[in-house]
Design a binder for this molecule. Sequence first.
Ligand code: ZN
Length: 388
Amino acid sequence: MSRYLFLVVVLWWITPAAFCEDQPQRFKPQITPEDVKPHIEFLAGEPLKGRSGEDALAASNYLRAHFRKLGLKPLFGDDYYQNIPGPKAPDGSPTMYGRNVGAWLPGSDESLQNEFIIVSAHYDHLGTRDGKIFRGADDNASGTSMLLEVSRQCVALKEKPKRSIVFLGFDLEEHLLWGSRWFVAHPPWPIEQVKLFMTADMIGRSLGNLNLKTVFVMGSEHGVGLSDMLTTVGEPNQLSVARLGIDLIGTRSDYGPFRDQKVPFLFFSSGEHPDYHTPNDVPERIDYDQVASVASLVLKITEHTANAPQVAAWTDDLPPRLEEVASLHRICKALLASEDEKPLTDIQRFLVKQAETTTRNILARGTVTPQERRALIHTSQILLLSVF
Ligand SMILES: [Zn+2]
């Protein structure tokens, strides 16, 4: 899927939780920018050469050392590594593609101990190409720093979580999600025992470099009660949590293999930006406050879910979405309001104003027909393709 289409569908599917008039319940992030920064600087540092193939080993060692130091149990028997075999070498000897790194904190409640909450991020990136290091600070040293700090906080919790919590760093996401596919095909326990899967991929920048201060949370529509749970948990100070449907963005990260097994999941991302998959994705451009806020949000959700009386069951029965219209309306208004910084051409202004009026009318009426919905998706694609 092209970057632009991703932008379009992401903007289209923002649900109104972030934009409705009611102010969400706010909380102070428990994880700080100072907590996450050293991880990102190390993982996206030049010596790690972009964390691909053999060069990803230093990153996996870093994760393993962190889990070990926290006293977390190894996830794969007595091993923190899950090796992912490659094809046999010409002489018949085994080769290795890479390794997932996993640890876990056993639940304190005997009857819930066999239910697992997974917190994850892929730690690999694109390596070095034509002498240029692709450092992958946002993609995905940012998500990995979340994983490391959430694990630290979970270990320190005064009240021990009832369900078991798994911390998982995936390798080979940049190779068709091979790490998470391997895990789902070879889990340490039946995959149905996973009650919530969470992954963060790119949480340190902003969609299209727009000033949105937003993290997109995708997938809640497939878990009964997940959306209400997000409301209960609230939002970190100075960050909006915008819910998106996963179906229109398709498979973009490691939630894919879990979604295919109907494991309830949440995917966290601040979206794509012009430095995506370029050598310019460097630590200097990371918004550390935002990474810390998203990490704090994942921590709260983890704590909440680990102790909740009930967890979300998978559903394919998707709710109606008049919210889409509200989202587009909000974006149109934002584009018109930011004309000083990002001027629109005459044709763009015409399209944006037209969409703004149409969406306002639909919202006033309170219903949207399938034809209107199709027309609006079409308009938003033309509009957003021409605006970004
Ligand atoms: Zn990624």
